[in-house]
Design a protein around this ligand. Structure first.
Ligand code: SF4
Length: 399
């Protein structure tokens, strides 16, 4: 099929094959890709609403044994810059999130060998004891696999135990590109193969959780491998229907071992548009303003996105690699409305909660993103001594 024929198929609501998707992605003009993606989005969301969520990205530890070459966030076991947040610090962050109108926290961290499964269970239970209604969107598939290996417990059982402790949803982090050639090149094959990542999501969906799906592009992958990633997500969504949304972000190269340069804005918009066209069984696509900045984030709404993601009270991972964009609720709503849409607050299941909270009551303006820890704070949480450490450095710190 030529591009006009494929475009006609997309407009008629047909599902594109891998070859058709590749032809569009490689050769269709950017304006046509945007119009096609905008058409799919309008069919799925005829109400003209653009959603966002008020939540906080909290990275509970930066200590990680995985050592992905694209990551500027992690620190080695025993590093003086390594940290673990204490329960009290986490409670305080949750209280601040609630004060800003938020109802969930996105909790992700490094693969720290000195935090056993019981630490996570106790943390989740403690949070739910304080605020039972507050949602935990936590632990991406590689973290679940790490816990499974650390505790010698199969993944489905780990998920069941985390749900029993209070887990509400799993974020789609750690997917990078779901092709093992790419994962080996990025040194993230060991933390989770493509099949293992998908399998955690399959188990999570079977256990009744809804999850997101992500892609980090712009490293060593080919166009065909980007498409393979999308098709693998589409296949799992056909099987389980458990994904709420897809989020793509570009590799941020500063301070990473891999280095290189960042993908351009057009590269992002073309990828977003082809994702909207290929992922015909995903309802929601987020705009990644955190990596692309507010202006490209706003343009995303014309390239298939229907959600502005999170207000992001805190961010650590992308910032460590050089990007530090900040938009509070007022800015996000201004961008949505200026693009001609109506702004609505949502929860993790994309249920509408209402209009902007700052129009209902006074909330503090947030002009810069918070960090996990103040620079130079090397304090060790008191409760860590109750948990078994695996590393020599971890054991020494708990004597
Ligand atoms: S991306 Fe995640 S798993 Fe990989 S090194 Fe960074 S913190 Fe560890």
């Amino acid at each position: 099929m030529n591009i006009d024929q494929i475009a006609a198929k997309v407009r008629a609501g047909g599902r594109v094959t891998v070859d058709e998707a590749l032809e569009l992605y490689r050769h269709a003009p950017t304006s046509l890709l945007g119009r096609l993606a905008g058409g799919v989005r309008a069919r799925k969301h005829p109400d003209g609403l653009v959603t966002y969520i008020i939540d906080r990205n909290v990275n509970y530890t930066n200590v990680c044994v995985a050592k992905c070459t694209f990551c500027a966030f992690y620190r080695d076991v025993g590093s003086p810059e390594g940290y673990v947040l204490g329960f009290e610090e986490l409670f305080r962050k949750i209280d601040e999130t609630i004060a800003m109108g938020g109802g969930q926290v996105l909790l992700q961290g490094g693969h720290n060998p000195d935090l056993p499964l019981t630490w996570y269970e106790d943390l989740f239970r403690a949070i739910k004891m304080r605020t039972p209604w507050f949602k935990l969107h936590a632990l991406s598939p590689p973290e679940v696999i790490h816990l499974s290996r650390l505790s010698q417990i199969p993944v489905p059982e780990i998920i069941d135990r985390l749900i029993a402790a209070g887990l509400d949803s799993i974020p789609g982090g750690g997917a990078e590109i779901l092709v093992d050639r790419v994962r080996k090149a990025l040194h993230c094959h060991g933390k989770a193969t493509a099949d293992e990542w998908l399998d955690v999501m399959r188990h999570a969906h079977r256990a009744g959780l809804r999850t997101t799906a992500t892609m980090m592009y712009g490293t060593v992958e080919t166009d065909a491998e980007r498409l393979e990633h999308l098709l693998r997500l589409r296949a799992l969504q056909d099987e389980t229907g458990g994904f709420t949304a897809f989020i793509a972000w570009s590799y941020q190269p500063d301070h990473t071992e891999l280095a290189g340069s960042e993908a351009t804005g057009i590269d992002y918009l073309r990828l977003l548009a082809i994702a909207r066209i290929v992922l015909d069984n995903f309802d929601n696509l987020q705009a990644s303003w955190v990596t692309q900045g507010g202006k490209v984030g706003q343009l995303s709404l014309a390239f298939g996105a229907n959600d502005m993601g999170s207000v992001m009270i805190e961010e650590n991972v992308v910032r460590a690699a050089g990007a530090s964009y900040c938009m509070d609720e007022v800015e996000i709503v201004r961008n949505i409305e200026d693009a001609g849409f109506d702004a609505r607050r949502r929860n993790m299941h994309y249920d509408i909660l209402g209009g902007p909270i700052f129009r209902e009551r006074e909330v503090p303006r947030m002009l810069e993103l918070a960090t996990a820890r103040e620079d130079g704070d090397t304090s060790v949480p008191a409760e860590l001594r109750f948990y078994t450490a695996r590393s020599r450095a971890g054991k020494a710190g708990r004597d």
